[in-house]
Design a protein around this ligand. Structure first.
Ligand code: GLU
Length: 524
C-alpha cells in the first residue's frame, strides 16, 4: 500500500468530492431480501448494436438460474465505452429480450442500470481506494505509454503499467498537485501489490478452483478522458452493490479473473460465483473443422437473424438450453420435463469448451416445437411474423385468417401423426404457398395421365367424405388399369405442383371445388 491522499486532494483529482461513503452505499444498496438459495444474475451487454447468439446463450443461463431459484435477473447496460457505442443498440437488446421472453426485473432500489449514470457511485468507491492507498492518480499520456510499451517489447518484458514501469505509482501529494496545477487530468489506477511469482486461487463454478499468477498490473479503474470506469472496476462496484450472486460471462474474461478476485479481496467483499461460458462454435461447411462463429461469415451469429427469418424463439431457447444442460433433451423425450422452463440446470454442468451451435439440430428442435402447437397458436405466430418481417406475398397469405387456419390445420388433428415439416414461420408460409392462386406454380414438366384426370373431374364432388372419395379413385384406377397411387400422384401434382405433400383429401377440401376443377382443367 502507498500513502493515502487527503480528502481535498481526492476531490481535486476526481473533479468532485465523493457523494457517498462506503457505509452509505452499503445501506443504500442493502443485501437483498430473498428466499434461501435465490440467485441474483444479470445480463450486461455493451450497446454495440449487435447481439450475437453467444449473448443470448449467456442471457438464457442468467435468466434460468434466477427463474428456477425464485431469484432476480437484471439487465445492465454497460455503456462506459463511449467510442464503441452505437445508436439504437439498447433497443436492439431490449427488443430481443422481449421477443425471447427473457424478462428482467430491474428494481429501482438497485439502479440506475446504465453504467453511464452511476458515475457518482464509482467515484465514491474509488475515493475510498485513493484515501486508503489502494489506488493512485496516473498522469501518463498515451504517447508516454506507447513509449513504455516500445521499450518493454524491445527488452522482452511483459507490456503494461506495473512495478518500475508505473511511473506515477508513488507520487507524493506535492507532485500530484504540481501535475494538477499544470492542467493535467489523471486516470485512476489500481495500486497493485500482487506478485506474479506467487499464485492466486480463483473460483469458477464450472472449472472449480483455478490458480493464476497474481496480478501486478496497475489496471486503470477510472479513465481520464471521461471519468467513467473501465469494465473491471464497474464490474466490481456494480456486482457488489447490485448484490449479484452469479456472474455468467464469456470465457474471454477468464484471464481477468485474478484481477477481479484481487479487487474483491482488497475491498473485503465476497466475490460472486463466476460461470465462464465457452464460445459457441460451428462446423465450417468448407473445411469440416470446428471454428468460432464469425460476424462476417455466419448470419446465425446475429440474434436478429432468427427473428427476421421467423425461427420460433422458444425452439432457439430450447436448443440453447440443451447445449448448456446436455441432459435436457433426454429428460424431455422421457417426458420428465415438459419444457426447458421446468428442467433444473446446474451451474457446474455448463460446458466449458467445445459447444457447437448447429443449424441442422436447431431445425429438429424447431420442427418438434411447432408440432406441439395448437393450430390457433401456430396461426398467430405466423401472422405476427408476417406483419413484422414478411414480404408482400406473405402479407397477402395472412389476409384471410380463416383460410390460413384451414391450410395450417391439415395433419394437425391426430396427436400421433402431426406433420413435422414446419421449421420457421417464413418457411411455413413458403411450404404451403400453393394454396394461394397468386403463388401457385403449375407443374408443367410432369407427364400427366390426362384421360384419368378427365374421368376424375367428371365424378368429383367436394361433398364426398374421405372414403367415398377414395373409392372413386380406386374405381377409376381399376378402369384404366393403373394403381390408385398413380392416380393420386397425378392429382397431387396437378393441384399443388409438387410430388410430396400432406394428405391429399384434406388439401382438396381446403382448396375447394372451384380451385380443384380449375387447376385440373388448366392441365387438361
Ligand atoms: N459488457 C461485458 C461484455 O459484453 C459484460 C461481461 C459480464 O457479463 O460481466 O462482455
Amino acid at each position: 500500500m502507498r500513502n493515502g491522499l487527503s480528502k481535498d486532494l481526492i476531490a481535486r483529482v476526481l473533479g468532485n468530492a465523493p457523494k457517498y461513503t462506503l457505509d452509505e452505499l452499503e445501506s443504500k444498496f442493502p443485501p437483498r431480501d430473498l428466499p434461501d438459495g435465490a440467485l441474483v444474475t444479470r445480463f450486461a451487454p455493451s450497446p454495440t448494436g449487435y447481439m450475437h447468439v453467444g449473448n443470448l446463450y449467456g442471457a438464457l443461463i442468467d435468466y434460468k438460474l434466477a427463474q428456477q431459484s425464485n431469484g432476480v435477473f437484471m439487465l445492465r447496460i454497460e455503456d462506459t465505452d463511449t467510442k464503441r457505442e452505437v445508436d439504437g443498440a439498447v433497443e436492439v437488446v431490449k427488443s430481443a429480450m422481449k421477443k425471447f421472453g427473457l424478462q428482467y426485473r430491474n428494481e429501482e432500489q438497485y439502479g440506475p442500470y446504465y453504467q453511464s449514470q452511476r458515475k457518482d457511485i464509482y467515484h465514491s468507491v474509488v475515493a475510498y481506494l485513493l484515501e486508503n492507498g489502494m489506488a493512485y492518480p496516473c498522469f501518463l499520456t498515451s504517447e508516454e505509454m506507447d513509449g513504455i510499451r516500445a521499450r518493454q517489447t524491445a527488452s522482452g518484458f511483459a507490456t503494461g503499467i506495473y512495478g518500475e514501469w508505473a511511473r506515477d505509482r508513488d507520487l507524493t501529494e506535492e507532485e500530484i498537485i504540481a501535475h494538477l496545477n499544470n492542467g493535467e487530468i489523471p486516470s485512476i489506477r489500481l495500486y497493485s501489490t500482487g506478485n506474479p511469482e506467487q499464485r492466486i486461487f480463483c473460483k469458477d463454478a464450472v472449472r472449480g478452483s483455478i490458480s493464476f499468477p497474481e496480478n501486478n498490473e496497475d489496471t486503470v479503474l477510472i479513465k481520464s478522458n471521461d471519468g467513467l470506469p473501465t469494465y473491471h472496476f464497474a464490474h466490481l462496484v456494480d456486482d457488489h452493490f447490485m448484490r449479484t450472486t452469479h456472474v455468467v460471462r464469456g470465457e474471454e474474461w477468464l484471464p481477468s479473473l485474478p484481477l477481479h478476485t484481487q479487487m474483491f479481496r482488497m475491498m473485503g467483499w465476497t466475490a460472486p460465483l463466476y460461470i465462464h461460458t465457452s464460445t459457441l462454435d460451428k462446423i465450417d461447411a468448407e473445411t469440416g473443422k470446428q471454428r468460432k462463429m464469425s460476424k462476417r461469415k455466419d448470419p446465425e451469429n446475429n440474434v436478429a437473424f432468427f427473428l427476421a427469418d421467423g425461427w420460433p424463439t422458444e425452439a432457439v431457447l430450447e436448443y440453447l438450453g440443451n447445449i448448456l444442460a446436455s441432459g435436457y433433451e433426454e429428460a424431455k423425450m422421457k417426458g420428465l420435463a415438459k419444457s426447458f422452463w421446468n428442467y433444473e440446470i446446474r451451474p457446474k454442468k455448463i460446458p466449458m469448451s467445445g459447444s457447437i451451435f448447429d443449424m441442422k439440430k436447431l431445425e429438429w428442435w424447431a420442427k418438434e416445437y411447432i408440432a406441439t402447437l395448437p393450430v390457433n397458436t401456430l396461426v398467430k405466430f405466423v401472422i405476427d411474423w408476417a406483419n413484422e418481417y414478411g414480404n408482400e406475398n406473405n402479407k397477402k397469405q395472412i389476409a384471410n385468417v380463416d383460410y390460413l387456419t384451414s391450410v395450417l390445420s391439415i395433419e394437425r388433428d391426430n396427436p400421433k401423426r402431426i406433420r413435422k415439416d414446419f421449421i420457421t414461420w417464413q418457411q411455413t408460409l413458403n411450404e404451403v404457398s400453393y394454396f394461394w392462386d397468386f403463388l401457385f406454380i403449375p407443374n408443367k414438366e410432369y407427364e400427366y395421365n390426362k384421360d384419368v384426370l378427365k374421368e376424375f373431374i367428371s365424378t368429383f364432388d367436394i361433398n364426398d367424405d374421405k372414403d367415398s372419395w377414395w373409392n372413386k379413385i380406386t374405381e377409376i384406377a381399376n378402369k384404366f388399369a393403373i394403381k390408385s397411387g398413380e392416380l393420386a400422384m397425378n392429382l397431387r401434382v396437378a393441384l399443388t405442383g409438387r410430388t410430396n405433400t400432406p394428405d391429399l383429401y384434406s388439401i382438396m377440401q381446403v382448396l375447394g371445388s372451384d380451385n380443384v376443377l380449375n387447376r385440373i382443367n388448366q392441365i387438361l
